[in-house]
Design a protein around this ligand. Structure first.
Ligand code: PGD
Length: 768
């Protein structure tokens, strides 16, 4: 092990690690205290020096020659390399043109994306801070992760971090829970990742310990392996997108058997009688009993009734995954799970009740920190209009058109310039052919990234950013106790610069340098951002390490708050003294506020509404397989898709698609065949893996394979690599949240018999 190389502390969204130079690249080892390190670390060694890195600033030829303006050539044009000074001069001039002309309301700076773990070189914070100093920008609200949940939960329970994510810590599940009923799973591949970093991966260990104590786990979903083997779970394979119907069937059985907790519903909840009228069919003539739910969910009615009886009378935890709400009417399963937990009388009990997202992200279920973590101030945005984040194509294609969101009637602004840093919409957004049309409509698209993502390939101005390994930073997350000194290991690749340096240089040209930099170098900023954390620790404990001590140690353990179930438990203990922040102060089983909005796609209580693009729809008659486009197991989103671990998982270079052997046989598909997935929005290739862990009628293709159009000149080209977002629908969850619905869609699959096109996604684009 002693090769003389200097080993330094570092961090990523998928774990803290040690890094050192090795040969031409780097080597990494997980944090020694991590009991279950993420396999995604194996993508890191190839990352820093891969051919997919952007080596120098580039400008699209058409933009250079014809100037700013709508252009269908975006994504099809060649690039011209340009010196930093020249490109920054041109970008400063273009920003001036737009801010002086149509103004800040013509600039979209939502720039959604996970970027990287460090808190200072955090691309979104940097771009927002810069654009705010320019006069503001059209922002986005909510996330692709939790678009529906983050709007519905505050209306019916409380803010989703404190009331629904922090309320059931892993330690309570391990100690108290008898039965975990997990809708959508608690997959280790998801729990391996936490925004800002995670020092210890705990999910698997806590589930194993709970199981050993005698806790039982049930996983309800189309994929068996959405709970780890250690949980010893029973798998109830359900048709995708039908969880609300199943929960209603369970709830009806509880009522029919008199197993619902009337006292809890009376004291702690608002509007149960209205909901019960719907449940029993008194209001609409349809009883939502187990027999009603069975054909919708594709589950035997007896199994539904048996599950209901098993959930009553013991410490039961209803967990809903984040994936569940990333679908049409995604608000409903989240709200209905809360109602089910309320009918069981379990909300606010230790290890019981309702959890949103336990197991969906690494740091949910851990103790909150009791001190602030370093955060770069983004300043103030004076521009009021915004969009729900997943409505980007709607906005770019339909300026001036009105839309609904959370009780408001809003209007899409007319955007001229889009600035993106640290995100990849050609990974995260739906219906990519439509997104291409949307980006063709603006005057200028600026992208800062370290690699040639499809988003960078569609840009007019491409600025190369460093990766974390090429700069010093501080890694910290609100629910992880280890703050990490992320130390530089490598020199920047090619001409890449830190996002901070890029914006500082732009600021100088635009006369806002002092405001942007506050006169600090990047190193001075790290010391500055460390101070609030140090002061808070010192105030609690009398003393705290100074920055140099923290940096020399490589990490620091931060104090945490007690794991007491948070405000949900406080409400249970004292409903009048610690009411919920809802209009009634109680769990809103019926919400007169939501009912008052009058949305047909989100009524006043949880409701089963058949999807347009799923079970029982016309779409499934035409495209008979349900595609689950879930989070990948071999990378974070699209990040490091070229890394060794991700590449090893590919089938003949394509993203693997899992298909049930019966569905494969019906289509003449064998293990390892390349297949074509298609519907009326698009088509992609993928590599077949036959699996009985997938429900018949369902195929699973993870997100994150880099978009690779076989002929970029076509309007709707085949993606030869396997990006499922060429197939997904670009519609909001409902008029309430307008969240992302990328998780599910209907497709057909066939064996691909043509000549296999090469994968070009990781080759730099043609340059002059
Ligand atoms: P990433 O691949 O993480 O995807 O979407 P997101 O855009 O976050 O993109 C981050 C980008 O930041 C990468 O291109 C990376 O290279 C770049 N980057 C990293 N560090 C830096 C840096 O320091 N500076 C700069 N300038 N760039 C940097 C994720 C989104 O996808 C999410 S959160 C979810 S939950 C959604 N999930 C689904 C889904 O379940 N199903 C479908 N169909 N679609 C989804 N999309 C969503």
């Amino acid at each position: 092990m002693d090769d003389g190389a200097i080993r330094v502390s570092h961090s990523s969204h998928w774990g803290a690690f040690t890094a050192w130079k090795s040969g031409d690249g780097i080597a990494v080892a997980p944090h020694p205290a991590d009991p279950d390190p993420s396999p995604l670390l194996a993508n890191v060694p190839q990352a820093a020096r891969h051919a997919a890195r952007i080596a120098q600033p580039m400008v699209r030829r058409g933009w250079l020659e014809r100037g700013p303006g709508p252009d269908p050539m975006r994504g099809r044009d060649e690039f011209v390399p340009m010196a930093w000074d020249d490109v920054l001069d041109r970008l400063a001039a273009e920003l001036t043109r737009v801010y002086d002309g149509p103004g800040a309301e013509a600039v979209y700076g939502g720039s959604y994306g996970w970027s990287s773990a460090g808190r200072f070189h955090h691309a979104q914070s940097q771009v927002h801070r810069f654009l705010n100093l320019m006069g503001g920008y059209i922002r986005s609200v909510n996330s692709y992760s939790a678009g529906a949940a983050s709007v519905i939960l505050p209306r019916v329970l409380g803010n989703f971090v404190d009331y629904a994510r922090r309320n059931v810590p892993w330690t309570h599940l391990e100690k108290y829970t008898d039965l975990v009923v997990s809708f959508g799973g608690m997959a280790i591949k998801n729990a391996t990742v936490g925004s800002g970093g995670t020092s210890k991966h705990l999910a698997r260990g806590h589930m194993a310990a709970a199981r050993q104590r005698g806790a039982e786990f049930v996983v309800i979903g189309p994929l068996r392996d959405d709970l780890p083997e250690e949980a010893g779970a029973e798998w109830l394979p359900i048709a995708p997108g039908t969880d609300t119907a199943l929960m209603l069937g369970i709830a009806h059985t509880l009522v029919a058997d008199g197993l619902h907790d009337r006292a809890f519903l009376d004291r702690f909840c608002e509007g149960y009688p209205v909901f019960e009228d719907y449940l029993t069919g008194r209001s609409d003539g349809v009883a939502k009993d187990a027999a009603w739910a069975a054909p919708i969910c594709g589950m035997p009615a007896d199994d539904i009734a048996a599950l209901a009886r098993r959930m009553a009378g013991r410490r039961t935890l209803v967990v809903v995954s984040q994936s569940l709400q990333r679908a049409e009417h995604g608000e409903q399963p989240i709200w209905m799970a809360l109602v089910l937990a309320s009918m069981l009388g379990q909300v606010g009990l230790e290890g019981g009740g309702f959890s949103y997202g336990l197991g969906s992200i690494a740091n949910i279920g851990k103790a909150a920190l009791d001190v602030p973590t370093p955060t770069l101030s983004q300043g103030q945005n004076p521009i009021r209009p915004f969009i729900p984040v997943a409505r980007i194509s709607d906005m770019l294609l339909q300026p001036g058109v009105e839309f609904d969101y959370d009780g408001r009637r809003m209007t899409y602004p007319a955007i001229k310039l889009v600035y993106w840093a640290g995100g990849n919409p050609f990974h995260h957004h739906q219906d990519l052919a439509r997104l291409r049309r949307a980006f063709a409509a603006v005057d200028t698209l600026v992208v800062q990234d370290s690699v040639w993502t499809a988003t960078a390939r569609h840009a007019d101005i491409v600025l190369p950013a460093t990766v974390t390994l090429e700069r010093d930073d501080i890694g910290a997350a609100a629910f992880d106790p280890t703050m990490v000194a992320m130390k530089q290991v490598l020199e920047p690749f090619g001409q890449a610069r830190d996002d901070y340096t890029i914006f500082a240089e732009l600021s100088r040209r635009l006369g806002i340098e002092q405001e942007f930099t506050e006169g600090r170098t990047a190193g001075e900023w790290l010391r500055h951002l460390y101070e609030p954390t140090r002061k808070a620790i010192a105030a609690r404990e009398g003393s705290a390490p100074d920055f140099d001590q923290f940096w020399a140690a490589g990490e620091m353990t931060l104090p945490t708050a007690p794991e007491d179930g948070g405000p949900t438990r406080a409400f249970r203990l004292d409903p009048e003294g610690a009411p919920l922040p809802t209009p009634s102060g109680r769990v809103e089983i019926y919400s007169s506020t939501i009912a008052g909005f009058g949305y047909a796609d989100c009524p006043g209580h949880p409701t089963w509404m058949a999807p347009t693009d799923g079970v029982g729809s016309a779409a499934i008659g035409k495209w008979p397989l349900q595609l689950v486009a879930n989070q990948p197991a071999t990378r974070l989103h699209s990040q490091l898709d070229f890394g060794g671990y991700s590449q090893d998982s590919k089938v003949r270079g394509r993203e693997p698609i899992r298909i049930h052997p019966d569905d494969a046989a019906a289509r003449g598909i064998a293990e390892g065949d390349v297949v074509r997935l298609f519907n009326d929005r698009g088509a992609c290739l993928a590599g077949a893996q036959l699996s009985r862990d997938v429900r018949p009628g369902v195929v699973q293709l993870a997100t994150g394979a880099w978009y690779d159009p076989v002929d970029a000149a076509e309007d709707n080209p085949l993606c030869v690599h396997g990006n499922p977002n060429v197939l997904t629908r670009d519609v909001g969850t409902s008029s309430l949240a307008q969240g992302c619905t990328g998780q599910l869609t209907c497709v057909q699959v066939e064996r691909f018999a043509g000549n296999l096109p090469p994968i070009r996604a990781f080759d730099p684009p043609a340059a002059d």
